[in-house]
Design a protein around this ligand. Structure first.
Ligand code: GLN
Length: 280
């Protein structure tokens, strides 16, 4: 069987098992097994993969049919133009989180900070911290996580992108491990209602990174408690919001931090995705 046949067969197999992106999945998995780029499948459709390559492809197709995320099968996910290692220790970076990086970069560049300090609270794979460190060569970045397993992977990602000297990985709960005030504090907290997530997420991605309690807001309440005293004068916090959470989270912070400026910012789909608290 050549590449074209394998793609056709894999696509049908995944489509019959309910994958909404069967063709794309098959392409990504086959290219991965052949050590090629996706485009190479189309420039060399007659290539005949060997038995080991075919076997590897079949086994990934089987796993994908059980709804395992493609990013875990490939062991990698793109975020903000960078490739990150991912596995079941960490949440897979989502494209909507890129707006958090974008807003942070604007604020970091818009002022003359003296030795800019950033914190990424609940860093997971480290994608936010690493993207920021790459784009802000002067910045010192703290990245916290309560999962030692996640931090081990975040360290690999820091090394992969050459920022391990400037990203301090700290084990602990949310803001608690931060050793000093920071100018910009970012957080993509767990904000989903666990029971409402599709099986493909619930069976594979870490609950610790996703479960925001019965109403999805548990971590905003905890951040509200922990934020005071963490930001420098003129500093801000930027928190990612789940779908339809903007009003409730705004109410929470309005009541808890009276007089502090609050603003929401949309993602590329136009949905309110980030809450900015400050500048203080
Ligand atoms: N955006 C993720 C999802 O909807 C959730 C990430 C999070 O809880 N912060 O699956």
């Amino acid at each position: 069987m050549n590449v074209r046949d394998l793609l056709r067969e894999g696509t049908i197999f995944l489509r019959e098992r309910g994958s909404p992106s069967a063709r794309l999945d098959a392409e990504l998995l086959l290219a991965h097994c052949l050590g090629q780029r996706r485009v190479d499948l189309y420039t060399h459709p007659q290539r005949e993969p060997g038995p080991q390559e075919r076997q590897a492809y079949r086994s990934l197709l089987e796993r994908r049919a059980r709804q395992e995320p493609v990013s875990y099968l490939l062991g990698r996910k793109e975020f903000y133009g960078l490739s990150f290692l991912v596995d079941e220790r960490v949440l897979i970076p989502r494209p909507e989180t890129e707006v958090l990086v974008e807003l942070t970069l604007e604020r970091a560049r818009g002022r003359r900070w003296r030795g800019l300090r950033l914190a990424d609270v609940g860093t997971g794979s480290g994608c936010i911290a690493v993207a920021l460190a790459r784009h802000l060569p002067q910045a010192r970045v703290y990245a916290t996580d309560i999962s030692a397993a996640a931090l081990a992977l975040a360290l690999e990602n820091c090394r992969r992108h050459g920022v391990e000297e400037r990203v301090a990985l700290l084990l602990g709960d949310l803001c608690e491990p931060l050793p000093e005030v920071v100018d910009l504090l970012l957080c993509n907290p767990p904000y989903t209602v666990w029971g409402s997530l599709p099986g493909g997420i619930r069976d594979y991605e870490p609950r610790l990174a996703l479960d925001g309690g019965p109403d999805g807001l548990a971590f905003y309440r905890r951040l509200l408690q922990q934020l005071p005293g963490r930001l420098s004068p003129g500093g801000s916090a930027l928190l990612e919001l789940g779908d339809n959470q903007a009003e409730s989270v705004l109410d929470l912070f309005r009541a808890g931090l009276p007089g502090v400026p609050l603003q929401t910012w949309p993602d590329v789909a136009g949905l309110p995705r980030v809450l900015e608290i400050g500048p203080l």
